[in-house]
Design a protein around this ligand. Structure first.
Ligand code: FMN
Length: 199
């Protein structure tokens, strides 16, 4: 039995290609590992705060020197990190917004990348503190970025490998529903992506 963390970042609910695709990943995963438990985190309805001065200060304060207010401030981030640590597999549905990830997902990332909790530095440089977890990215894009003229604008794939790899999440599969805004591709975009899911 495995624990799956399913992160949703499209605000478009059941209309969303990335939600349909990430649901399909979760379904295939639970088919393979029956009895797995799924925790859903919908960032468009359950958002994380932007980092402000107080939060950054709290994140940089040693545990034993935290004030009660700072502990309160960090609670959401602490819980999100625990949720991530408990997961064996993380499925993240992402709509491409203006060549990047939705800001709601960036806020979650800013909450879970924390020195001493998910990464640390030693004499060899940065070290990710998470390990043994599989990550599936269900990425929906209006255009096509895996090949063709827009390939050099595929910032999200390399960004996710860098930022998730930084905390030790290095086993990442990106499944793409591409051309969701293109008349000739949108019809088959989802089905093509679903058939590319390999668990
Ligand atoms: C605010 C916004 C920005 C977008 N920016 C891009 C973009 O930069 N490139 C692109 O190919 N599609 C872009 N799209 C199209 C979405 O990536 C596409 O509709 C995708 O299917 C959205 O995912 P969802 O269906 O899971 O919501 C954008 C859509 C919205 C609403």
């Amino acid at each position: 039995m495995k624990n799956i963390l399913h992160v949703i970042s499209s605000p478009r609910g059941s209309e969303s290609f990335s939600v349909k695709l990430s649901n399909a990943v979760v379904e295939k995963f639970t088919e393979k590992f029956s009895g797995s438990s799924v925790t859903e985190l919908n960032l468009s309805t359950d958002s994380f705060p932007h980092l402000d001065e107080a939060m950054i200060k709290a994140m940089r304060t040693p545990e034993d020197l935290l004030s009660p207010e700072q502990k309160d401030l960090l609670k959401r981030s602490d819980d999100a990190i625990s949720q991530l640590k408990e997961a064996d597999a993380i499925v993240i549905g992402i709509p491409l917004f203006n060549f990047g990830i939705p800001s709601s997902l960036k806020c979650w990332i800013d909450s879970v990348l924390r020195a001493g909790h998910t990464f640390s530095y030693d004499e060899n440089g940065p070290k990710g503190l998470l390990s043994g977890k599989k990550v599936y990215i269900a990425l929906a894009t209006g255009g096509v970025y895996s090949e063709g003229p827009a390939k050099s604008y595929d910032f999200v794939g390399p960004y996710l490998h860098a930022v998730l790899g930084f905390i030790g999440l290095t086993d990442i599969s990106i499944i793409r529903a591409e051309g969701t805004a293109m008349a000739d591709l949108q019809q088959n975009a989802l089905q093509k992506a679903i058939s590319a899911i390999a668990i």
